[in-house]
Design a protein around this ligand. Structure first.
Ligand SMILES: C[S@@+](CC[C@H](N)C(=O)[O-])C[C@H]1O[C@@H](n2cnc3c(N)ncnc32)[C@H](O)[C@@H]1O
Length: 344
Protein backbone atom coordinates (compact mmCIF):
# COMPACT_ATOMS: atom_id res chain seq x y z
CA UNK A 1 0.00 0.00 0.00
CA UNK A 2 1.39 3.40 -0.95
CA UNK A 3 0.38 5.79 1.80
CA UNK A 4 -0.24 9.42 0.86
CA UNK A 5 1.81 12.16 2.50
CA UNK A 6 -0.50 14.12 4.82
CA UNK A 7 -0.68 17.87 4.44
CA UNK A 8 -2.85 18.75 7.41
CA UNK A 9 -3.32 17.41 10.95
CA UNK A 10 -6.38 15.15 11.30
CA UNK A 11 -6.06 15.77 15.06
CA UNK A 12 -7.73 19.14 14.43
CA UNK A 13 -10.92 17.30 13.46
CA UNK A 14 -10.52 14.47 15.98
CA UNK A 15 -10.10 16.93 18.86
CA UNK A 16 -13.29 18.72 17.83
CA UNK A 17 -15.20 15.44 17.63
CA UNK A 18 -14.02 14.35 21.07
CA UNK A 19 -14.92 17.73 22.58
CA UNK A 20 -18.47 17.15 21.35
CA UNK A 21 -18.76 14.40 24.00
CA UNK A 22 -18.15 16.88 26.80
CA UNK A 23 -21.75 18.04 27.48
CA UNK A 24 -22.83 14.47 28.27
CA UNK A 25 -19.75 13.93 30.42
CA UNK A 26 -20.34 17.16 32.36
CA UNK A 27 -24.02 16.37 32.75
CA UNK A 28 -23.21 12.93 34.19
CA UNK A 29 -20.87 14.58 36.68
CA UNK A 30 -23.73 16.92 37.65
CA UNK A 31 -26.25 14.09 37.90
CA UNK A 32 -23.89 12.08 40.10
CA UNK A 33 -23.71 15.07 42.45
CA UNK A 34 -19.96 15.51 41.92
CA UNK A 35 -19.79 19.32 41.83
CA UNK A 36 -22.09 19.73 44.82
CA UNK A 37 -20.11 17.16 46.82
CA UNK A 38 -16.72 18.74 46.16
CA UNK A 39 -17.95 22.36 46.43
CA UNK A 40 -15.88 24.27 49.01
CA UNK A 41 -13.76 21.18 49.81
CA UNK A 42 -10.63 19.36 48.74
CA UNK A 43 -11.19 15.59 48.48
CA UNK A 44 -9.14 12.58 47.41
CA UNK A 45 -10.39 10.31 44.63
CA UNK A 46 -11.42 7.69 47.18
CA UNK A 47 -13.30 10.26 49.27
CA UNK A 48 -15.17 11.52 46.20
CA UNK A 49 -16.13 8.01 45.11
CA UNK A 50 -17.17 7.00 48.64
CA UNK A 51 -19.23 10.12 49.27
CA UNK A 52 -21.11 9.68 46.00
CA UNK A 53 -21.15 5.89 46.09
CA UNK A 54 -19.68 5.66 42.59
CA UNK A 55 -17.03 3.50 40.92
CA UNK A 56 -13.47 4.61 41.81
CA UNK A 57 -11.89 3.49 38.53
CA UNK A 58 -14.32 5.36 36.30
CA UNK A 59 -14.41 8.37 38.63
CA UNK A 60 -10.61 8.61 38.37
CA UNK A 61 -10.90 8.95 34.58
CA UNK A 62 -13.78 11.41 34.88
CA UNK A 63 -11.79 13.64 37.24
CA UNK A 64 -8.90 13.67 34.75
CA UNK A 65 -11.25 14.98 32.07
CA UNK A 66 -12.63 17.64 34.40
CA UNK A 67 -9.10 18.75 35.30
CA UNK A 68 -8.18 18.89 31.59
CA UNK A 69 -11.03 21.33 30.91
CA UNK A 70 -10.29 23.45 34.00
CA UNK A 71 -13.47 22.51 35.85
CA UNK A 72 -11.42 20.93 38.67
CA UNK A 73 -7.97 21.35 40.17
CA UNK A 74 -5.74 18.59 41.53
CA UNK A 75 -3.26 19.39 44.27
CA UNK A 76 -1.48 16.94 46.59
CA UNK A 77 -3.69 14.09 45.32
CA UNK A 78 -6.85 16.00 46.24
CA UNK A 79 -9.49 17.49 43.95
CA UNK A 80 -11.30 20.79 44.35
CA UNK A 81 -13.52 22.93 42.12
CA UNK A 82 -12.20 25.85 40.10
CA UNK A 83 -13.95 29.22 40.39
CA UNK A 84 -15.68 28.43 37.07
CA UNK A 85 -17.40 25.23 38.21
CA UNK A 86 -18.00 26.59 41.73
CA UNK A 87 -19.88 29.50 40.16
CA UNK A 88 -21.85 27.83 37.35
CA UNK A 89 -22.13 24.10 38.14
CA UNK A 90 -23.03 23.98 41.81
CA UNK A 91 -26.75 23.77 42.51
CA UNK A 92 -26.84 26.33 45.32
CA UNK A 93 -25.08 29.01 43.25
CA UNK A 94 -27.62 31.68 42.31
CA UNK A 95 -26.08 31.91 38.82
CA UNK A 96 -25.80 28.16 38.21
CA UNK A 97 -26.20 27.14 34.57
CA UNK A 98 -27.34 23.55 35.18
CA UNK A 99 -30.38 23.97 32.94
CA UNK A 100 -28.17 25.09 30.05
CA UNK A 101 -25.85 22.09 30.44
CA UNK A 102 -28.82 19.74 30.54
CA UNK A 103 -30.17 21.18 27.29
CA UNK A 104 -26.98 20.04 25.54
CA UNK A 105 -27.21 16.51 26.89
CA UNK A 106 -30.64 15.31 25.82
CA UNK A 107 -31.44 12.76 23.15
CA UNK A 108 -32.49 15.19 20.43
CA UNK A 109 -30.56 18.27 19.41
CA UNK A 110 -31.27 21.50 17.54
CA UNK A 111 -29.37 20.31 14.47
CA UNK A 112 -31.17 16.99 14.01
CA UNK A 113 -33.09 18.52 11.08
CA UNK A 114 -30.28 20.66 9.65
CA UNK A 115 -29.92 18.57 6.49
CA UNK A 116 -33.64 18.99 5.88
CA UNK A 117 -33.35 22.73 6.55
CA UNK A 118 -30.51 22.97 4.02
CA UNK A 119 -32.84 21.39 1.48
CA UNK A 120 -35.33 24.15 2.25
CA UNK A 121 -37.65 22.12 4.47
CA UNK A 122 -37.86 24.59 7.33
CA UNK A 123 -40.84 24.56 9.65
CA UNK A 124 -42.22 28.07 10.30
CA UNK A 125 -40.98 29.49 13.60
CA UNK A 126 -43.49 29.00 16.38
CA UNK A 127 -43.77 31.94 18.80
CA UNK A 128 -45.17 29.52 21.37
CA UNK A 129 -41.59 28.41 21.87
CA UNK A 130 -41.17 31.32 24.31
CA UNK A 131 -44.18 30.38 26.34
CA UNK A 132 -43.26 27.42 28.49
CA UNK A 133 -42.27 27.93 32.09
CA UNK A 134 -39.06 25.99 31.38
CA UNK A 135 -38.03 28.35 28.55
CA UNK A 136 -38.77 31.45 30.57
CA UNK A 137 -36.79 30.20 33.56
CA UNK A 138 -33.91 29.09 31.31
CA UNK A 139 -33.75 32.54 29.67
CA UNK A 140 -33.65 34.28 33.05
CA UNK A 141 -30.99 31.93 34.42
CA UNK A 142 -28.90 32.35 31.25
CA UNK A 143 -29.15 36.13 31.46
CA UNK A 144 -27.84 36.03 35.04
CA UNK A 145 -24.52 34.64 33.79
CA UNK A 146 -23.32 38.07 32.71
CA UNK A 147 -25.88 39.75 30.46
CA UNK A 148 -27.99 41.31 33.20
CA UNK A 149 -24.86 42.45 35.06
CA UNK A 150 -23.56 44.11 31.83
CA UNK A 151 -26.88 45.88 31.25
CA UNK A 152 -27.16 47.12 34.85
CA UNK A 153 -23.62 48.44 34.94
CA UNK A 154 -24.13 50.24 31.59
CA UNK A 155 -27.55 51.66 32.39
CA UNK A 156 -26.79 52.94 35.87
CA UNK A 157 -23.87 54.95 34.48
CA UNK A 158 -26.00 56.48 31.72
CA UNK A 159 -26.99 60.12 32.36
CA UNK A 160 -30.73 60.44 32.97
CA UNK A 161 -31.33 56.96 34.37
CA UNK A 162 -30.97 58.03 38.02
CA UNK A 163 -33.81 60.58 37.65
CA UNK A 164 -36.12 58.38 35.54
CA UNK A 165 -39.58 57.57 36.94
CA UNK A 166 -41.25 55.49 34.21
CA UNK A 167 -39.68 52.75 32.17
CA UNK A 168 -40.90 50.39 29.46
CA UNK A 169 -39.31 46.91 29.35
CA UNK A 170 -40.53 45.82 25.94
CA UNK A 171 -40.79 42.04 25.34
CA UNK A 172 -39.44 41.84 28.86
CA UNK A 173 -40.52 38.26 29.59
CA UNK A 174 -41.05 37.89 33.36
CA UNK A 175 -39.31 41.22 33.95
CA UNK A 176 -35.95 39.95 35.19
CA UNK A 177 -34.15 42.95 33.67
CA UNK A 178 -36.69 45.28 35.28
CA UNK A 179 -36.17 43.74 38.72
CA UNK A 180 -32.42 44.29 38.38
CA UNK A 181 -32.79 47.89 37.14
CA UNK A 182 -35.35 48.84 39.80
CA UNK A 183 -32.68 48.06 42.42
CA UNK A 184 -30.60 50.90 40.98
CA UNK A 185 -33.28 53.59 41.05
CA UNK A 186 -35.71 53.68 43.96
CA UNK A 187 -38.07 56.10 42.16
CA UNK A 188 -38.54 53.99 39.04
CA UNK A 189 -41.63 51.99 37.98
CA UNK A 190 -41.39 49.54 35.10
CA UNK A 191 -44.02 48.54 32.54
CA UNK A 192 -43.33 45.12 31.03
CA UNK A 193 -45.02 44.41 27.70
CA UNK A 194 -45.12 40.81 26.52
CA UNK A 195 -47.47 38.16 25.14
CA UNK A 196 -50.48 37.45 27.42
CA UNK A 197 -49.26 33.92 28.21
CA UNK A 198 -45.90 35.30 29.38
CA UNK A 199 -47.49 38.02 31.53
CA UNK A 200 -49.67 35.38 33.21
CA UNK A 201 -46.58 33.25 33.87
CA UNK A 202 -44.68 36.28 35.16
CA UNK A 203 -47.35 37.09 37.72
CA UNK A 204 -47.35 33.48 38.89
CA UNK A 205 -43.57 33.14 39.11
CA UNK A 206 -42.64 36.58 40.40
CA UNK A 207 -45.39 37.69 42.77
CA UNK A 208 -43.23 37.08 45.84
CA UNK A 209 -40.11 38.77 44.47
CA UNK A 210 -39.01 42.07 46.04
CA UNK A 211 -40.32 45.10 44.08
CA UNK A 212 -43.06 43.10 42.31
CA UNK A 213 -45.40 46.01 43.10
CA UNK A 214 -43.13 48.35 41.11
CA UNK A 215 -43.78 46.44 37.88
CA UNK A 216 -46.96 46.49 35.80
CA UNK A 217 -47.36 43.67 33.29
CA UNK A 218 -49.25 44.46 30.08
CA UNK A 219 -50.61 41.74 27.78
CA UNK A 220 -49.39 42.74 24.34
CA UNK A 221 -48.82 41.27 20.91
CA UNK A 222 -46.63 43.40 18.65
CA UNK A 223 -48.26 41.76 15.63
CA UNK A 224 -51.40 43.80 16.44
CA UNK A 225 -51.89 47.55 16.27
CA UNK A 226 -52.11 48.28 20.02
CA UNK A 227 -50.16 50.96 21.87
CA UNK A 228 -47.47 50.24 24.40
CA UNK A 229 -47.97 53.21 26.68
CA UNK A 230 -46.64 56.76 26.84
CA UNK A 231 -44.42 59.25 28.65
CA UNK A 232 -41.52 56.89 29.25
CA UNK A 233 -38.29 58.30 30.61
CA UNK A 234 -36.54 55.05 29.71
CA UNK A 235 -37.36 52.55 26.98
CA UNK A 236 -35.46 49.28 27.43
CA UNK A 237 -35.46 46.52 24.86
CA UNK A 238 -33.40 43.34 24.94
CA UNK A 239 -33.20 40.61 22.33
CA UNK A 240 -36.34 41.50 20.42
CA UNK A 241 -35.48 43.73 17.47
CA UNK A 242 -33.98 40.98 15.30
CA UNK A 243 -37.39 39.99 14.02
CA UNK A 244 -38.39 43.57 13.15
CA UNK A 245 -35.22 43.98 11.17
CA UNK A 246 -35.83 40.88 9.12
CA UNK A 247 -39.31 41.91 8.01
CA UNK A 248 -38.27 45.56 7.43
CA UNK A 249 -40.55 46.92 10.12
CA UNK A 250 -37.71 48.24 12.27
CA UNK A 251 -38.34 51.89 11.35
CA UNK A 252 -42.09 51.62 11.94
CA UNK A 253 -41.49 50.04 15.33
CA UNK A 254 -38.86 52.58 16.40
CA UNK A 255 -41.18 55.44 15.39
CA UNK A 256 -43.74 54.03 17.81
CA UNK A 257 -41.03 53.84 20.43
CA UNK A 258 -40.21 57.52 19.84
CA UNK A 259 -43.90 58.44 20.23
CA UNK A 260 -44.13 56.57 23.51
CA UNK A 261 -41.22 58.48 25.08
CA UNK A 262 -40.80 61.86 26.73
CA UNK A 263 -38.49 64.36 24.95
CA UNK A 264 -34.94 63.71 26.16
CA UNK A 265 -35.89 60.14 27.16
CA UNK A 266 -33.36 57.36 27.18
CA UNK A 267 -33.50 54.42 24.75
CA UNK A 268 -31.46 51.38 25.77
CA UNK A 269 -30.98 48.31 23.62
CA UNK A 270 -29.20 45.04 24.34
CA UNK A 271 -28.84 42.58 21.47
CA UNK A 272 -26.38 39.84 20.71
CA UNK A 273 -23.38 41.34 19.00
CA UNK A 274 -23.09 40.53 15.32
CA UNK A 275 -19.31 40.68 15.42
CA UNK A 276 -16.59 39.79 17.87
CA UNK A 277 -12.82 39.58 18.17
CA UNK A 278 -12.33 36.30 20.02
CA UNK A 279 -12.25 33.25 17.71
CA UNK A 280 -14.13 30.97 20.13
CA UNK A 281 -16.91 33.54 20.63
CA UNK A 282 -17.14 33.99 16.84
CA UNK A 283 -17.71 30.25 16.42
CA UNK A 284 -20.39 30.22 19.13
CA UNK A 285 -22.18 33.14 17.46
CA UNK A 286 -21.94 31.47 14.03
CA UNK A 287 -23.39 28.20 15.37
CA UNK A 288 -26.16 30.06 17.20
CA UNK A 289 -27.09 31.91 13.98
CA UNK A 290 -27.16 28.62 12.06
CA UNK A 291 -29.45 27.15 14.74
CA UNK A 292 -31.67 30.24 14.55
CA UNK A 293 -32.12 30.17 10.78
CA UNK A 294 -32.55 26.40 10.53
CA UNK A 295 -35.33 26.65 13.12
CA UNK A 296 -37.21 29.14 10.95
CA UNK A 297 -36.44 32.31 13.00
CA UNK A 298 -35.18 34.98 10.59
CA UNK A 299 -31.90 35.99 12.23
CA UNK A 300 -30.42 37.27 15.44
CA UNK A 301 -28.01 39.53 13.57
CA UNK A 302 -28.62 43.20 14.21
CA UNK A 303 -25.48 45.15 13.28
CA UNK A 304 -25.16 48.15 15.54
CA UNK A 305 -24.73 50.41 12.49
CA UNK A 306 -28.13 49.29 11.16
CA UNK A 307 -29.77 50.07 14.49
CA UNK A 308 -28.07 53.45 14.80
CA UNK A 309 -29.06 54.44 11.27
CA UNK A 310 -32.67 53.48 11.92
CA UNK A 311 -32.75 55.34 15.24
CA UNK A 312 -31.17 58.40 13.64
CA UNK A 313 -33.99 58.48 11.11
CA UNK A 314 -36.70 58.52 13.76
CA UNK A 315 -35.63 61.24 16.17
CA UNK A 316 -32.84 59.67 18.24
CA UNK A 317 -29.26 60.86 18.68
CA UNK A 318 -26.35 61.04 21.17
CA UNK A 319 -25.47 57.37 20.84
CA UNK A 320 -23.23 55.40 23.15
CA UNK A 321 -22.12 51.94 22.04
CA UNK A 322 -19.57 50.29 24.33
CA UNK A 323 -17.35 47.46 23.13
CA UNK A 324 -19.13 44.12 23.75
CA UNK A 325 -17.75 42.15 26.69
CA UNK A 326 -16.65 38.80 25.27
CA UNK A 327 -16.55 37.15 28.70
CA UNK A 328 -20.33 36.93 28.37
CA UNK A 329 -21.53 33.68 26.78
CA UNK A 330 -23.24 35.62 24.00
CA UNK A 331 -21.49 39.01 23.89
CA UNK A 332 -24.14 41.72 23.78
CA UNK A 333 -23.93 45.00 21.93
CA UNK A 334 -25.36 47.61 24.27
CA UNK A 335 -26.55 50.92 22.92
CA UNK A 336 -27.98 54.01 24.53
CA UNK A 337 -29.58 56.88 22.64
CA UNK A 338 -31.52 60.01 23.52
CA UNK A 339 -34.84 61.06 22.03
CA UNK A 340 -33.80 64.35 20.45
CA UNK A 341 -37.03 65.17 18.61
CA UNK A 342 -40.63 64.05 18.13
CA UNK A 343 -41.48 62.28 14.86
CA UNK A 344 -44.83 61.87 13.13
C1 LIG B 1 -35.62 36.36 23.23
S1 LIG B 1 -36.90 36.73 24.33
C2 LIG B 1 -36.20 38.13 25.17
C3 LIG B 1 -36.68 38.27 26.57
C4 LIG B 1 -35.93 39.32 27.37
N1 LIG B 1 -36.18 40.65 26.86
C5 LIG B 1 -34.44 39.00 27.36
O1 LIG B 1 -33.67 39.76 26.77
O2 LIG B 1 -34.03 37.99 27.94
C6 LIG B 1 -38.12 37.45 23.30
C7 LIG B 1 -39.32 37.94 24.06
O3 LIG B 1 -40.22 38.52 23.11
C8 LIG B 1 -41.53 38.13 23.44
N2 LIG B 1 -42.34 38.19 22.21
C9 LIG B 1 -42.24 37.37 21.13
N3 LIG B 1 -43.15 37.71 20.21
C10 LIG B 1 -43.82 38.77 20.71
C11 LIG B 1 -44.88 39.57 20.21
N4 LIG B 1 -45.41 39.33 19.02
N5 LIG B 1 -45.33 40.59 20.97
C12 LIG B 1 -44.80 40.84 22.19
N6 LIG B 1 -43.78 40.11 22.71
C13 LIG B 1 -43.31 39.08 21.98
C14 LIG B 1 -41.38 36.71 23.96
O4 LIG B 1 -42.50 36.30 24.71
C15 LIG B 1 -40.09 36.83 24.77
O5 LIG B 1 -40.35 37.19 26.10
Amino acid sequence: MKLPVLNSPYSQINNLLYKSYLPKIINSAIESGLFDAVSGKSLSLEEVAKELNINVHVTDALLRVLVAIDFMKKQDSCYSLTTLSEEYLVERSIVNQLRAVKMFSGGTGPFDDLTQALRGNIKPFDNKMWMSEQTVLAMEQGAKAGEIQAVVSFVKGTPGFGEAAKMCDFAGSTGYYSFALLQENAGLHSHVYDLPEICALAKELKHEEENFNRITYHDFDSAGAGSFGSCYDVFFISRFLYECRADRSLLTFLKKVNNSMKPGGLFISSHISSSCANKESCLTLAIAELMTRSKGYPTYMLPVETLKEALNGVGFGEFTTPQPDEDIAFPVQLLSAKKVKDVE
